[in-house]
Design a protein. Structure first.
Length: 462
């Protein structure tokens, strides 16, 4: 079984390699590049959107559709500012900010090494720390003054809390049950150096799982295991993954316990996902500020209780970067050339099958196109006839396409095609008649193993 306690090993890809591949192949572009870009904003290209869609769909299927105890919502991004007053974001959603007295650049005080300015190298030359609120604000309606100030949500979670009563009444869910949401969030981050790891606009996938207080720590453990299993199922290498419990000093004001799923990034261990035990903090806060009772009526005891909440929360963008980095390999071939490949699991790869006619020869095109037509309803597929076949294989390897189907002159005689596997580069000949089944068989064989829930180790590595 996958052992996440194995010693960590280095990722093969550094950030620069990843940024360059992402741009060259159409995963991620600098936003508004023709105008010189925009700080920490990125646009997703044709392959990037496919991959993000796969990540979202896999999360939604796993977290909502395959379960009978979780339902989904989509809440507004710009909402009543009272929500942020009640949640504590207006007062406490801050990072400590300092300004360098030498070069006037601003930094997060808790991220400085040796109290040294990362821009000019000056040491101990900073202003006093001040708390900087990370919420981005705007004005709603035709009047621009303090009375119309509103905020872009910095997390999707509050949408679930303020809709708790609506969801409960309309779905008649019994405890334990969860409410899930995928959507954009915004934070005016102070430092954003790591590509799509930390951006000011990003997409979150969050689940608020409501349960009885006495069962809440058990559910916290349950979700740690479930979430680790999900990443192993996406093919993340166990030696790049660990679980770390927050220390008492690190815990957010609302949290009774938090564990982060961390990844061994090229710059060190970093948070991929947080799994927080939020207790009854949010429902109580909203109840107090709105004057509405946000409780659950327990028919067994005839009592109103305030459920406790376990929250697995992660960013789509961060998962995408993680999967690409983790999948990146450079191999030296027998002829001395280097082959770059992304060993992405078929479920997340932007393209599952590429159809490649050996050349643009007129005789091959109709057959190759007919095969593509046959595959499209079954797989995310791409037709590629530009450049030499060798270069097209390299391109498909680099974008993580697990399987290629090659159509050659023999195909016209024997009605068979070659399936080429990305990882082993093995080639097999299969009849066109059975190509869909043959491809599916290989895709199934490439699916990463997922340990049972009991077999997942959740001891903290801290
Ligand atoms: P960090 O410590 O990295 O700032 P956080 O602890 O503030 O993150 P949470 O509030 O727990 O993050 O958000 C849950 C998840 O949302 C994170 O684990 C991460 O995957 C994602 N996320 C948070 N902030 C950003 C961001 N600025 N850019 C991209 N993803 C983000």
């Amino acid at each position: 079984m996958a052992d996440i306690t194995e010693p960590a090993s280095e990722m093969t890809a550094d950030l620069e390699t990843m940024v360059s591949l992402a741009k060259r192949r159409g995963f991620v572009f600098q936003s508004a590049e023709i105008y010189g870009g925009f700080a920490a904003a990125y646009d997703y290209g044709p392959l990037g959107v496919e991959m993000r869609r796969n990540i979202r769909d896999l999360w939604w299927r796993n977290t909502v559709q395959e379960r009978d105890d979780v339902v989904g919502i989509e809440a507004a991004i710009i909402t009543n500012p009272d929500v942020w007053r009640a949640s504590g974001h207006l007062d406490t959603f801050t990072d400590p900010l300092v300004e360098c007295l030498e070069c006037q650049t601003r930094h997060r005080a808790d991220q400085l090494e040796d109290n040294t300015c990362p821009n000019c190298g000056a040491r101990d030359r900073f202003t006093e720390e001040r708390e900087f609120n990370l919420m981005l604000s705007t004005h709603v309606g035709p009047v621009v003054d303090e009375s119309t100030r509103a905020y872009l949500r910095p997390e999707t979670a509050q949408g679930m809390f303020v809709n708790f009563e609506n969801v409960q009444t309309t779905t008649r869910k019994r405890l334990p049950f969860g409410i899930a949401q995928i959507g954009k969030s915004f934070r005016n981050e102070i430092t954003t150096k790591q590509f799509i790891f930390r951006t000011r606009e990003f997409e979150q996938m969050e689940l608020e799982f409501f349960c009885r207080p006495e069962d809440s720590f058990e559910w916290h453990d349950y979700w740690k295991r479930e979430r680790l299993r999900w990443y192993l199922g996406l093919g993340v290498r166990p030696q790049h993954l660990r679980l770390r419990d927050h220390t008492a000093e690190e815990l957010s004001h609302y949290s009774k316990a938090t564990a982060d799923i961390e990844i061994h990034y090229p710059w060190g261990w970093g948070e991929l996902e947080g799994i927080a035990h939020r207790g009854d903090y949010d429902l109580k806060q909203h109840s107090e500020h709105s004057g509405k009772r946000l409780t659950y009526f327990d028919t067994e005891t005839n009592e109103h209780i305030v459920p406790h909440v376990v929250e697995p929360a992660v960013g789509v963008d961060r998962i995408m970067l993680t999967l690409m980095m983790d999948a990146y390999r450079e191999e030296t071939l027998d002829n001395g050339e280097t082959r770059v490949l992304l060993k992405l699991a078929p479920a997340v790869a932007p393209v599952t099958v590429a159809v490649l006619p050996l050349s643009r020869n007129d005789k091959l095109q109709p057959t190759a196109r007919a095969i593509w037509d046959r595959l499209r309803p079954h797989f995310r597929s791409q037709y590629d006839d530009a450049q030499s076949i060798g270069r097209r294989y390299r391109r498909q390897d680099e974008i993580g396409t697990p399987l290629c189907v090659t159509v050659d002159f023999e195909t016209l005689e024997d009605e068979a095609v070659t399936i080429r596997e990305r990882d082993s580069m093995e080639q097999i000949r299969v009849p066109i008649e059975g190509v869909v089944e043959a491809l599916q068989e290989r895709i199934d064989a490439l699916r990463p193993d997922v340990p049972s829930r009991e077999d997942v180790v959740i001891e903290s590595s801290s």
